[in-house]
Write a protein that binds this ligand. Structure first.
Ligand code: AMP
Length: 542
């Protein structure tokens, strides 16, 4: 017997029309070079309707990929809705990637148009001739003075909007499994991989940001997403806010701690979110700020240091709300926070509890699997294993079948590459990583790529690159180098060798010379042994 409920697709047009109908009086503030601008949701919705027509005028195909190369702004939020509500796929591009990665991603996704903030044109435009599928570049003038190329492919965002007739109907997406947005992850070895969110996954993931044991987004909130809108859709905050009707404040291009702090105070922000590095930057400013409106700081992307969370708790009464996830998990999979069994615990125990990655949200399933035997591990907080995840907003595969098999199990779970223990209440605590990568300030550094470059040095026999803790960036690379017999080599020479080969922020903070890279029983580099050996290493002059 089937249920007799209406079949309504879970799709973003509902979020758009709800915001337009109920929350037209709410506001979107953006900080840009020319100053702050405030837009009502009613005006924003009209602009989304115009933008929908613009995409037709630009002849973007029915499911064409719409690239964005933008800061966090209200105009970026227009693209967040206009692209998926017209059946196109929003493709947010990470402005911090190397040129080669960016070119690869745009071509792999087959972006037809890229909307670019004027201040970011100098990064994107030099690649223009390598972007094979892009027919239009639409410049969003954010007050920067970057030169706008005189080229028939270049258009002005505001001019296009002004000339467009707004779409007046109701947006419809028949099949909730239609792609809505995509985001490439560089958190894997090899080429970046495309994660494709559906309307259904985006709506369900937005709903989860409204639940009480999570972020509890509400209409009366004022939300400032510091996490970039190109990082897994700013952790789903923009869609969640539109669904809840919260006001939003967008930081635009100025991501300095002073600018973020000023916005938090001035707009009486209640909810914000960003990687630990951001909050480490804001920490020294806390004594001079009135953040009495702030109720929640969402923090993740890297492990949140317990001390950081405690410093916030002591200074402003708001510890970090620790969350864990991946681009592949939309991204929120677990959220920490205190539960009834913590009642009466000491401050030290509460701080420990908060520093865990936390509990799977409703609709997310997790299991702990021994990576070598494949056996399911008990939730006793002692046995560790790789976390595998399943759920309606967890990727089932990558775009164009990339990396098939490696990241997904035969029974359809995502291998996260994160190693954890889980306590009997289901709280996850990350202890290690099987993926050979380093996460510095929220961005990935490929250890294998660094190793290959170091091992290309004629005097190097072997090299392994590991993550070492860093007070600002959370992790930084350390190179452990074995010099060929009879040769001599200095740390400076290793760095000089790398300088022309990798981005500046990939250069190791430390180079240690060792006799041999420790190996596992099957002869692989045992990074674990090296991490144990150098885990307490203090970076000089951080
Ligand atoms: P990305 O896809 O770039 O968002 O990276 C996801 C990865 O970042 C995860 O698989 C973890 O390795 C790491 N990560 C995310 N959140 C946390 C967290 N709260 N604690 C520790 N690591 C995290």
């Amino acid at each position: 017997m089937l249920g007799l409920m209406q079949q309504r697709p879970l799709a973003l047009p509902h979020v758009f029309h709800r915001a337009e109908q109920y929350f037209g009086h709410k506001t979107l503030v953006t900080a840009e070079a020319a100053g702050e601008s405030t837009m009502s949701i009613a005006d924003w919705a009209q602009r989304v309707r115009r933008l929908a027509t613009v995409l037709d005028t630009l002849d973007v195909s029915a499911d064409g990929r719409v690239g964005t190369f933008c800061w966090n702004t209200a105009r970026h939020l227009e693209l967040y809705m206009a692209a998926p509500c017209t059946g196109r796929v929003l493709h947010t591009l990470n402005i911090r990637l190397f040129p080669e990665q960016l070119t690869y991603i745009v071509n792999h996704a087959a972006d037809e148009v890229v909307f670019v903030d004027r201040s970011l044109l100098p990064v994107l435009w030099p690649l223009v001739d390598k972007l094979e599928t892009v027919r239009h570049f639409v410049v969003i003038d954010d007050g920067a003075d970057a030169e706008v190329p005189d080229d028939p492919r270049v258009h002005d965002y505001e001019e296009l909007l002004a000339a467009a007739t707004p779409f007046t109907g109701t947006f419809t997406i028949e099949d909730e499994n239609t792609a809505a947005a995509m985001c490439y992850t560089s958190g894997t070895t090899g080429n970046p991989k495309g994660v494709v969110y559906s309307h259904r996954s985006a709506v369900l993931h937005s709903l989860i940001s409204l639940v009480a044991d999570g972020i509890a987004l509400a209409e009366r909130d004022v939300v400032l997403p510091v996490v970039p809108m190109f990082h897994a859709n700013a952790w789903g905050l923009p869609y969640g806010c539109l669904l809840a009707g919260s006001d939003m404040v967008f930081p635009g291009p100025n991501m300095t701690p002073t600018a973020i702090a000023a916005l938090l105070e001035k707009h009486r922000v209640t909810v914000t979110g960003g990687v630990p590095t951001i909050w480490m930057g804001v920490l020294p400013l806390l004594p001079d700020l009135d953040l009495s409106a702030l109720r929640l700081i969402l923090c993740g992307g890297s492990a949140v240091p317990k001390a950081l969370s405690e410093e916030y708790r002591k200074a402003i009464g708001v510890p970090m709300l620790h969350a864990w996830g991946m681009t592949e998990t939309s991204p929120i999979a677990t959220i920490s926070g205190l539960r009834s069994h913590h009642a009466g615990a000491s401050e030290a125990d509460l701080a420990d509890a908060r520093s865990r990655q936390g509990y799977a949200t409703p609709l997310v399933d997790l299991r702990l699997v021994d990576p070598s035997t494949g056996e399911i591990q008990p939730w006793d907080d002692v046995a560790s294993g790789e976390i595998q995840a399943a759920g309606p907003w967890i990727a089932a595969e990558y775009f164009r079948g990339e990396g098939e098999g490696a990241q997904f199990t035969e029974d359809g779970w995502l291998r996260t590459g994160d190693v954890a223990t889980v306590d009997r209440y289901g709280s996850v605590r990350l202890v290690d990583r099987t993926k050979d990568l380093i996460k510095s300030g929220g961005e990935w550094i490929g250890s294998v790529e660094l190793e290959n470059e170091i091992m290309a040095h004629p005097k190097v026999a072997e090299a392994a690159v590991i993550a070492i803790p860093h007070p600002k960036w959370v992790e930084r690379p350390m190179a452990c180098v074995v010099v060929k017999a009879g040769e001599t080599l200095t740390a400076e020479e290793v760095i000089a060798h790398l300088e022309p080969r990798v981005a500046k922020w990939w250069l190791p903070d430390a180079v240690e010379f060792i006799d041999e890279v420790p190996k596992t029983s099957v002869g692989k580099f045992s990074k674990k042994t090296l991490r144990e050996k150098f885990g307490g290493y203090q970076v000089q002059n951080p």
